[in-house]
Design a binder for this molecule. Structure first.
Ligand code: MN
Length: 496
């Protein structure tokens, strides 16, 4: 759905295109053998190539090419067998070469698409314009000295994929969903770790506004936005600013702007450069990149099941709703955990598949109980104290009525704290559900005898009072009585 701003001259809609810069997972840089590991001392991962010493020549890292092709395939995009590295010339202190090696006229990946899962089960398709490979620049550090700026070249030469969307995005929500989806796909592919705090993914946000139905107006580009929340915020404040400019008789100029999250505003950084300002030309030190079709096929054969397909499979194989399926596939490890919980276990329930646990129970316990506990403990699923098999055992104990759902919650808490198995905890604490009719009957009789007034109410037809009695019996048995049996016995004795 469009995001509409109400102005004095009518309604305005926002048009957004995103350029996502994603750092390729690779041990070495794009054109040198230096390490790319995060967190090293400044200037400790800089080869002579990265520092642009005279006479140094770039040598392409094949792994980076493979990663870019893999990403293109994951974005359902066209792989261009012929691509060319060009020099994008500009001067900046953290760019020792005086140019960035990038791809311009002939990128390695062409048009593709990404499907967004939006609220209320809606979806939207966003076009990918292209993906090209390029080097990252170094980093200027302005906060180390009161008078000088320091330069750290560790990032210099690291391989980035710039993923350019078509201007198909119409709201902050869509932009957020788009970036999250790209991140999920790249993480499934293991081509980028998607770690936005460490700068592995950041976006340039192109924003313009127009009255619905109008041609596109001039856009402004907000550079280097490094979180999903900020990307969404940028669109809101930049769109509002542009509406103000247009409505007060001014004109939005094509320029590069910076986002200041503290003041929640964007500020002009410099007039926008156009492609011709960069004097692009093919890098004479690098041959065009020509890929054999078989090479691409080999990479295609290594592609994992991607989130959209996994989601479809979870829906058809386990009967999950689109929402639950979407939540689970958002992180590959969550999906794998869930699938492991589904495996095995005796499902005697009607309609249950052999060797497959009850999906509804599994979804609930994974997304509500487990994710809730992990969240509260600040833990990742990889460090979950309860393994998928252990959670599966807990589900089995409920499925065969060894314990009630209420007791299961207590057992779960102990499991989460100690990492012990459900069966052992139930055994040790004597939590087995009472299904012995005699024992339950005794507890029911006692409850009725002790509460004659409430018993009369039930006899008088007050169905709610039955629930109250069930509660009493459950309390008396420490939650161990089988609630269905308690209910049946109460009805038989009181309502005959
Ligand atoms: Mn770029």
């Amino acid at each position: 759905m469009s995001y509409i701003l109400q102005g004095e001259t009518g309604e305005w809609e926002v048009v957004v295109g995103l350029e996502v810069h994603a750092q390729v997972i690779s041990n070495a840089k794009l054109f040198s053998g230096s390490s790319t590991e995060f967190g090293a001392e400044p200037n400790h991962q800089v080869s002579l190539v990265d520092a642009a010493m005279p006479g140094m020549l770039p040598v392409i890292n094949e792994h980076c090419v493979e990663q870019a092709v893999k990403t293109g395939l994951g974005l359902k995009a066209k792989i261009n067998l012929h691509s060319v590295f060009e020099r994008k010339n500009y001067f900046y202190a953290d760019l020792p070469q005086g140019y960035q090696i990038s791809q311009f006229l002939y990128p390695i990946v062409g048009e593709g698409k990404v499907v967004l899962d939006l609220e209320g089960g809606k979806s939207a398709e966003i076009g990918i314009e292209r993906l090209h490979m390029e080097q990252d620049a170094g980093k200027s550090m302005h906060d180390q000295d009161p008078r000088r700026t320091f330069i750290d070249l560790n990032r210099s030469g690291v391989c980035l994929m710039e993923i350019v969307s078509k201007p198909d995005i119409r709201s902050p929500e869509e932009a957020g969903a788009y970036v999250r989806k790209i991140r999920t796909i790249l993480r499934y592919l293991e081509t980028c770790d998607g770690n936005m705090e460490q700068g592995s993914m950041r976006a340039d946000v192109n924003v313009s506004v127009r009255h619905p139905g109008e041609e596109m107006r001039t856009r402004a580009e907000v550079k280097n936005v490094n979180s999903v929340r900020f990307i969404m915020q940028v669109i809101e404040v930049e769109a509002a600013r542009q509406v103000d400019v247009w409505e007060s008789g001014g004109e939005v100029v094509q320029e590069t702007r910076l986002f200041d999250p503290n003041r929640n505003e964007t500020r002009s950084m410099r007039a926008k450069e156009f492609a011709h300002d960069y004097r692009y030309f093919p890098d004479p030190d690098l041959l065009p990149l020509d890929l054999a079709p078989e090479y691409v096929d080999t990479i295609a054969a290594t592609l994992p099941e991607l989130p959209d397909e996994k989601k479809e499979r979870f829906i058809s194989e386990f009967g999950l709703g689109p929402y639950d399926a979407g939540v689970l596939v958002g992180e590959k490890r969550n999906a794998e955990y869930f699938e492991r919980v589904m495996q095995g276990g005796p499902t005697d329930k009607p309609g249950g598949k052999k060797g497959q646990r009850d999906a509804k129970a599994a979804v609930n316990w994974v997304t509500t109980n487990l994710f809730g506990a992990l969240n509260a403990a600040g833990k990742d699923i990889a460090d979950s104290p309860i393994s998928a098999d252990q959670l599966g055992e807990l589900l089995d104990l409920m499925a065969d009525d060894t314990i009630s759902g209420r007791i299961a919650k207590d057992v779960f808490d102990v499991m989460f704290e100690t990492g012990r198995n459900a069966g052992d905890i139930v055994e040790e604490k004597g939590l087995k559900q009472i299904t012995d009719t005699g024992a339950i009957e005794a507890a029911v009789d006692e409850a009725i005898a002790g509460n004659p007034e409430q018993a009369d109410e039930v006899r008088g037809g007050n169905d709610k009072a039955i629930g109250w009695f069930v509660g009493q019996v459950m309390k008396a048995t420490g939650g161990k009585a089988n609630p269905q049996m308690v209910n049946q016995l109460l009805r038989k004795k009181l309502m005959g």
